[in-house]
Structure formats: C-alpha cells, structure tokens
Design a protein around this ligand. Structure first.
Ligand SMILES: Cc1cc2nc3c(=O)[nH]c(=O)nc-3n(C[C@H](O)[C@H](O)[C@H](O)COP(=O)(O)OP(=O)(O)OC[C@H]3O[C@@H](n4cnc5c(N)ncnc54)[C@H](O)[C@@H]3O)c2cc1C
Length: 479
C-alpha cells in the first residue's frame, strides 16, 4: 500500500464519501476511500430518517437550501441507476393550532423562495382524506409533494459499490490519525499504514472537524446531536402513506411518523446534544418522547409492534450550514463537513458541487468513456414472480433455500452480499445489504446460518465471524 499514490483520498465511507467517490470515478480519477470502520455506512448514513426532504426547511440563500433544491431529483435519478429502493410518497407537515398554522405559511413561503413549487397548504379535513389515521387535532398541513423516502444504508453501500466497480479502492479499518503534507499528502492510520494522495476530501461526518484539525484547520466545530428512533414491524407499515411531520421547532424537524421503503413504520428522531459522536445509546426519556409525540400525530400507532430502537448522531455546527470548500489552512484539502440533515437528500448535489470545488483548485476532470453508473439489483431475486424464481433456482439452487424467514431472504442473496463490492464481512454487513435479520425476530432465527455462510465464503472459522467487527465475536470457540 505504501508505494501507491492516489490522485484523491476520500476520508469516510458514508453516503457523502460514497457519492463523491462515485462522481470521481465518472472522470476516471484514481481514488481511495479510507474508512475507520470494518465496513461502509456505519455513521449517520446508517441511522437516519431516510427522508428525501422537499426543500421547504433550509434558510434561503444557504448552501443547504441550494443543494436541497437541486438534490431531490438528482437523488431520485441516482437511486434508480443504482437500483436502490426509493419512493415519492410526499410528506405532510401538520399544524395543531392557529399559531402553528401561521408557521406553515412561513414554511410555504420559504419553500417558494428556495425554488420548490410542489407545495400546498391544506386544511385538517383534506389532510385526513390523504391520511385516514391522522389525528383529529390536526387543523392544517403543508403538503410537500416532491418529498420521498429512501433506504440510506443501501444507498451508501450502492454508491461505494458502484465507485469500486469503476475502479475506486476501499480500505477499511483505516482510522486516519495523521496527515502530513510535503508536496503530496501522507495519510497515516492508527496502526501505522500510510497512503499518499494529491488531494484529500474530508467526509468524516461527525469527525470532520477532528480530521480538518490534522492539517491545522481548527475552523470546524462539530456539535454531535443524537436522534433516537423506534422502528415498528411491517404490521404497522400501512399506518400512514406520507411522511408525517409536526411543525419544526428550534431543535429541528421534530418527531416524524413515516413508512420506510421496506414496509416498516419509523418514528423519531429526538434531538439532544451528546458528548461524543460515538454515543449511540437509546434512553427511556428519548423513547417516551418518540412514543408520545408520534401518537400526537397518528393516535392509532400500536407501539406494541416495536421491533428495535436505534440512535443516529448528526454532525451539526453552530452556523447551521454545510461547510464545503478548500480549507483556508491547507491547499488541496477539501472539507465536506457539518453535513447534518438534509445531507442524505443532498448527497448527489453535494458530490457534484465538490467536483466543481476540485476543478477550481486544479484537478483535471474529463469524463471517462469506461464509467458505468448502473449497478446490478441485489434484490433481483425477490422481485421475480414464482415462475421466474423456479427457473432461476434450477441453475442457482442456493436461491431456493430461505434463511431469513421474516424477510424471506435466501442463501444465494447472502452469499452474493459477501462477494460483491463492497463485500460484507460480518452479520450486520449482510443485514444492511440483504435485510436478513431486519424482521420481527431481529436475526434470532437466521443468525447461526448467516454466520456459517459468511465463514464459508470468507474461508474462516465460525468463531472468527463477528456481529460488527472488532471484538464482537458471537461464539467464543469452535464447537
Ligand atoms: C438522526 C438523523 C436523522 C437524519 N435524517 C435525515 C433525513 O431524513 N434526510 C436527510 O436528507 N438527511 C438526514 N440526516 C442527515 C444525513 O444522515 C447525513 O447528512 C449523512 O448521512 C451524512 O453522511 P456522511 O457521509 O457525511 O457522514 P457519515 O455517514 O457519518 O460518514 C462518515 C464516515 O467517516 C468515518 N470516519 C470518521 N472518522 C474517521 C477517521 N478518522 N478515519 C477514517 N474514517 C473516519 C466514519 O466511520 C463514517 O463511516 C439525518 C441525520 C441524523 C443523524
């Protein structure tokens, strides 16, 4: 590794690093993605609401507003090229009083200023026509017709997979702890490995401030803000069709109730400043808040159907806007920092914006004739009808063995996940790529078989298979 010099090193394997890497390979640039985890999509890109925000929320004339407005359609296009589930379900921002109704007018005007026209203010009855389970207390709503839902971790995996298919290299377990510059950048990992590059793009999420400080740039202060969620079983998935918000407060867009692209119901997130981005705990207070406020919007949600809870940490900053550009402290070092919400919505528009920044600092970008922006559908099997499945199973028998009963995932899909770019190496990696273990039993039934398949595909013992890297072994010794 030490002798290879890359043109660009991207630090961080989240959705922002992924989409920027994909964009760079469109121009045939020699790049490496450096990720401290043992897999991609382990930061905010794994644990968020998965909403494609319509663009009414960011303050006009900010980078957030500009990239949100541009980002929505770009994301729909990229997701369909990458075969990632995405759906335009629209959202409703609900007002429960006349005072809140006045706030909807502000959001409507702000949306128009941001260039969003797919907005309409409707009364409570019309809102309940659209959503029969909506609370009787809703007096009006802002109907955001261009909004949608997407699977954030699948999008991240697919963007990095597509970049790798087009020549990008991914190095996991590479925690960047030092960056020296003597003409080229020398990037040093915690275990002493070194990577060289002409340009560095800092997409380290909640750690982007810390990475910037490695080149003497102390201008970015990230304030980690945790958001707790409760995810409900598919039995609740049909409770609402739109994403239901309440009028935003100073803490953000508030508690939502939303279907997911995979048919579950998502409620949350809270918003509380935490000491460290690694603080991913869920709390009794947080869960109570999610429960209470979700019921305010949709009183019939049955919280007995919760299947899991989780927390994501936003990379917020004081200024409230994205920080994207060459560092004033270091030439050819590009910060893509403080990418909190709506960063997922903006991932493609951010990636294109970063191409302009890189061009501006001298990187030559010419479209590569070899670039292929489409990605095979990892879910092709479950989309087949029964006749097609029967035919396919004849030549691929592993697809005939269902391992995850809750989600109906076959052995073939799991083996595929361990072999394709970027390869899954542990139980959670297979889960994020295939949904095995995402169902009602949360992996209680299928985990031993998934472990066996990972061990076989990777040529390791079952006792070496982990849940999520590090020391998270599932069994302690060979049986
Ligand atoms: C609770 C919550 C809800 C949200 N909801 C939405 C939403 O509905 N819609 C929307 O548009 N946006 C939403 N967002 C925002 C969106 O999730 C983020 O903007 C986006 O995921 C940021 O991606 P990223 O790649 O910048 O960061 P991350 O996904 O955090 O990726 C950063 C990566 O850098 C790696 N890294 C860190 N330090 C180092 C190091 N030293 N060396 C190497 N690698 C390192 C990390 O391991 C991580 O993989 C939400 C965010 C949160 C937390």
């Amino acid at each position: 590794m030490s002798n290879v010099k890359y043109t660009v090193a991207v630090i961080g394997g989240g959705v922002i690093g992924g989409m920027i890497s994909r964009e760079l390979t469109r121009y045939g640039v020699k790049i490496v993605i450096l990720e401290k985890g043992n897999d991609v999509a382990l930061g905010a890109s794994k644990a968020n609401s998965g909403i494609v925000h319509g663009g009414y929320d960011p303050e006009p004339n900010t980078l957030k507003a500009k990239l949100n407005t541009l980002g929505v359609e770009k994301l729909f296009k990229a997701a369909s090229e990458l075969n990632v589930p995405i759906k335009r379900n629209g959202s409703l921002v609900c007002a429960f009083s006349e005072e809140e109704k006045a706030h909807l007018d502000l959001l409507y005007k702000r949306g128009f200023e941001n260039g969003i026209t797919a907005l309409e203010i409707i009364d409570g009855d019309k809102a309940r026509e659209l959503e029969e389970n909506l609370s009787e207390s809703v007096v009006a709503a802002l109907w955001v017709k261009n909004a949608g839902i997407v699977c954030p971790y699948e999008l991240t995996v697919a963007s990095i997979g597509n970049a790798m298919d087009n020549g990008a290299e991914l190095i996991t377990d590479f925690e960047v702890v030092g960056i020296n510059k003597d003409g080229v950048f020398e990037i040093v990992s915690a275990d002493g490995r070194k990577v060289f590059a002409d340009y560095v793009v800092n997409c380290a999420g909640a750690y982007s401030g810390k990475i910037a400080s490695l080149v003497g740039d102390d201008s970015i202060e990230i304030i980690p803000r945790a958001g707790e969620y409760l995810l409900l079983d598919k039995a609740e998935g049909g409770r609402v069709k739109h994403t239901i918000f309440q009028v935003p407060t100073k803490d953000g867009k508030g508690i939502l109730v939303s279907p997911t692209v995979d048919g579950n119901l998502l409620t949350g997130p809270t918003a509380s400043v935490v000491a460290s981005p690694d603080n991913k705990e869920t709390t009794a207070d947080g869960m109570n808040k999610v429960n209470t406020l979700a019921l305010k919007s949709v009183p019939t949600v049955n919280f007995r159907n919760v299947i899991t809870s989780f927390t994501g940490v936003r990379a917020s900053n004081k200024g409230g806007d994205f920080v994207i550009g060459e560092s004033a402290a270091c030439k050819n070092f590009i910060n893509v920092a403080a990418i909190d919400s709506p960063g997922l919505t903006c991932c493609v528009s951010i990636a294109e914006y970063v191409m302009d920044v890189l061009k501006g600092v001298g990187l030559k970008l010419e479209l590569s004739a070899d670039f292929n922006g489409t990605r095979n559908d990892p879910h092709f099997f479950r989309k087949m009808n029964d006749d097609e499945k029967n035919d396919f199973i004849k030549s691929n028998p592993t697809y005939g063995r269902i391992v995850c009963r809750c989600e109906g995932i076959s052995e073939g899909e799991m083996r595929y996940a361990v072999k394709t770019n970027p390869p899954a190496s542990d139980l959670d990696g297979v889960k994020r790529r295939t949904r095995a273990g995402m169902g009602r039993c949360q992996g209680g039934f299928c985990s031993p078989t998934v472990m066996k398949l990972i061990a076989e595909e990777r040529g390791i013992g079952k006792e070496q298979v982990t849940k999520n890297g590090g020391g998270s072994y599932i069994v302690t010794e060979k049986l």
